[in-house]
Structure formats: structure tokens, C-alpha cells
Ligand binder design. Structure first.
Ligand code: PGA
Length: 250
């Protein structure tokens, strides 16, 4: 994975229908400008829109990703599930795994580890989410929590080149609250050092996610250690999403 880019990952969660495809036109236009050559834009719509997004974005510089997958590689009797091979076939290059909204539903580090392995085998790049809850932050165990999530999530994975870390404090997702700049710098620095020392990743790519918007981007962009953003709510509106990208490159 290279960190010569700034990543802008649009996590649409359980939002969007075919009409939402129109929002892509303006973003496509922006991406054509040389000024945004270093912006790596990745759309992660719900499964139902992957095929349409792929058709629209196939021969462009914008990539698509899935938001989750089943941990098995084969087809099987798992009602409502989709595996990473299937999303790969739909044109996905990326996959979000370990998102706190799924951890909240019972996803463990061990299960995330299985999903990561199978996704890497299917040649997907993994956007691996980690982050502490408000309770854990208050208990001052953030670093312990992050280390455990990283070690267990990436256990027994030899080639870590296709892993992108996304630091998303749970209390910051969808709340409009972002961490204090000094706390964010400290945690990103900690994650970077941990990935380098413990897992021997040479140039870790680390994103920040949680209430990124077109206002707080002015502050977030000043943190050099952040290689990009995982954006939920603000990514569904092309004006807001474009604003975030433009302001990052001021
Ligand atoms: P948010 O979501 O930007 O709406 O806070 C981010 C995420 O959950 O990835």
C-alpha cells in the first residue's frame, strides 16, 4: 500500500438507491482535474448498489469497495450473507472490515481476522477499522484496546501490504464530535509506531474516521500523520464530499 495518496473513503452504510448514482457525476468531474491527482477516492455503497457503481466507475480513477463480508470463501447456506469472492467479482478493490457498527452486533476480533484473511486471499485491499469506546477512553485504556484489536485482527497474516488502518473512535462516529487534535495526533502516532515495530509494516497507511465534515476538515488536514479519511454521513452528499476533498488540498 502506498501513502503517496490522500484517501477519501465514502462509507455509505445502509443508505442509497439508484437515484444516488447521480451524486457521482460531480465527483467524477473533480477527479479529472490534475489538482486532485493524489486524491484516492473509494466509494463503499451498500451491496445492492455495487454493480451499478461498478458500471459507472469502471474505467475511471475512482474505485469501489464493500462494507463487510462473510468469513467463508466458498458458496454456502448462509441466508443474507455475501462473501468476499462475490464482491470481488462485482468489481470491488477494497473492503471495510471491523467497523464498530458490526463489532457492536457481536463481531469479534477473531471473526474479523477470518474475514481479513479471506478478503486478502481474494485480492481485496482491506480497510481495517479500530477504535475505542467512550467508556474505554474514560478508563484510559485506549492504547491497550487499539493494540489488542490490531494484534488479534491481523493475527497470522504474513503479507500486510494490502492493509489500510482506519482509526475510528466509536464515540466520534455519527456524533459530530471529533477528538482533540493533540489526542488524535498521539493515537495516530501510537498506531503508526505499533504497526512499524510490532508488525514490521514499513509505511503504514492510516486513515481517520468519525464525523469528518467540511468544517472540521480544516483542522484534520493539518495532521500530517493522517493519510486520509473514512467518511460516513458527509460522503453521501456530493457537495459536502467534494468540499472535504478540496479543502484537504488547499
Ligand atoms: P461518520 O461515519 O462520518 O458518519 O461519523 C464514519 C464511519 O462510520 O465510517
Amino acid at each position: 500500500m502506498t501513502n503517496k495518496y490522500k484517501y477519501f473513503v465514502a462509507n455509505w452504510k445502509m443508505f442509497g438507491d439508484l437515484k444516488s448514482l447521480n451524486t457521482l457525476n460531480r465527483v467524477l468531474k473533480l477527479k479529472k482535474s490534475i489538482k486532485f491527482d493524489k486524491a484516492k477516492i473509494i466509494y463503499c455503497p451498500p451491496y445492492t448498489l455495487l454493480e451499478s457503481f461498478n458500471k459507472k466507475l469502471k474505467s475511471t480513477k475512482i474505485d469501489i469497495g464493500a462494507q463487510n463480508c462473510h468469513p467463508l470463501d466458498e458458496y454456502g447456506p448462509f441466508t443474507g450473507s455475501i462473501n468476499s469472492k462475490m464482491v470481488k467479482k462485482l468489481g470491488c478493490k477494497y473492503i471495510i472490515l471491523g467497523h464498530s457498527e458490526n463489532r457492536f452486533e457481536g463481531e469479534t476480533n477473531n471473526l474479523i481476522n477470518k474475514k481479513i484473511k479471506v478478503s486478502l486471499n481474494n485480492k481485496l485491499k482491506v480497510l481495517f477499522c479500530i477504535g475505542e469506546s467512550l467508556k474505554q477512553k474514560k478508563e484510559n485504556i485506549t492504547k491497550k484496546v487499539l493494540s489488542k484489536q490490531i494484534l488479534e485482527g491481523l493475527k497470522n497474516i504474513k503479507n500486510l501490504n494490502n492493509i489500510i488502518l482506519a482509526y475510528e473512535p466509536v464515540w466520534s462516529i455519527g456524533t459530530g464530535i471529533i477528538p482533540k487534535k493533540s489526542d488524535l495526533e498521539e493515537n495516530i502516532f501510537f498506531i503508526r509506531k505499533f504497526l512499524k515495530k510490532k508488525l514490521r509494516i514499513k509505511n503504514p497507511v492510516i486513515l481517520y474516521g468519525g464525523s469528518v465534515n467540511s468544517k472540521n476538515i480544516n483542522e484534520l488536514r493539518t495532521i500530517n500523520q493522517i493519510n486520509g479519511f473514512l467518511i460516513g454521513g458527509a460522503s453521501q452528499n456530493s457537495n459536502k464530499f467534494i468540499d472535504i476533498i478540496k479543502k484537504t488540498f488547499i
